[in-house]
Design a protein around this ligand. Structure first.
Ligand code: OAD
Length: 250
């Protein structure tokens, strides 16, 4: 692994335009469960029953009780882990330009990154289904479920449910930055949910190197990724950052 830390550090320091694509695995070390795999949310819940927009519209009380209430509690407590801190440092060093994240937890912002495309929206804000008024999630009162706006309408999170489209401006900008980067770091994503999983293919097609960080292989590993650093995001990014700091101090 040490050789791979060095290789990734060399590649990143030599690059001019690095973009990261992050997924749920990135926040596992912050205490937020992933969707798929061991301990994943979809082991307990059927996504179509709780995370589809039709399910929410049909029975918001059920979705709030089973999924959103718990999510609010977990996300409110979560803090950036070493992986988030590493990407913030990479931006500070001028190496990392943009993060495309599928995560809705706001932890990249909290860690200090400034150019983040929230591909699946975020959980920081909610919107009234009736009057469209926005409310910060931390100000939403959960004593009555589902929570309601002053007008009586039900609040929904500003994230993208299954069955909804990615905001076109986020999709367009992700495709653009993917096509312009010379390295894409793909971290903590199972790379099975489209169109996010297509971004590494765009980058690769435009000549970028794809560096994957994940404790498991993904559909990208064999054919798209140049190499995989197998391990937890925080540990691997710490290893790479230590090598980068050594290179830059010489
Ligand atoms: P998944 O839950 O599908 O995949 C999590 C990935 O993280 C897996 O490949 C794990 O091997 C990896 N992983 C687990 N622990 C890790 C760790 N400590 N460090 C690094 N990697 C780790 O998450 P996503 O790919 O983000 O969409 O899922 C994509 C989308 O599916 C989500 O954004 C969400 C979901 O349904 C919507 O809600 C629309």
């Amino acid at each position: 692994m040490n050789d791979l830390f060095k290789q990734a550090a060399n590649d990143l320091v030599a690059a001019k335009n690095v973009v990261a694509l992050t997924g749920a695995g990135f926040s596992v070390e912050s205490g937020i469960p992933p969707f798929r795999g061991k301990g994943g949310l979809w082991e307990k819940f059927n996504p179509m029953e709780y995370a589809h927009i039709d399910a929410f519209m049909k029975n918001p009380t059920k979705v709030w009780n089973v999924l959103l209430k718990g999510l609010k509690e977990i996300i409110e407590k979560a803090q950036p882990n070493d992986a988030h801190k590493g990407l913030a440092r990479l931006e500070e060093l001028g190496i990392l330009k943009t993060i495309i994240t599928q995560n809705i937890d706001g932890l990249h912002q909290k860690a200090g990154n400034t150019d983040i495309i929230e591909f699946h929206g975020n959980f920081a804000w909610h919107r009234c289904l009736d009057c469209d008024k926005r409310c910060e999630t931390e100000r939403i009162d959960l004593t009555v479920i589902p929570p309601r706006c002053e007008c009586g309408g039900i609040y929904r999170p500003e994230f993208v449910f299954f069955g909804e489209t990615i905001p076109p401006q986020d999709l367009r900008r992700s495709e653009l930055v993917a096509s312009q980067c010379d390295i894409m770091l793909v971290v903590g994503t199972s790379a099975v949910v489209q169109p996010a999983a297509f971004m590494p293919l765009i980058a690769k097609g435009a000549g970028a190197k794809i560096i994957e960080i994940n404790p498991e292989k993904t559909p990208l590993t064999a054919s798209i990724s140049d190499y995989l650093l197998m391990g937890k995001a925080g540990e691997v990014i710490n290893g790479i950052m230590a090598e980068i700091e050594k290179l830059l101090s010489h």
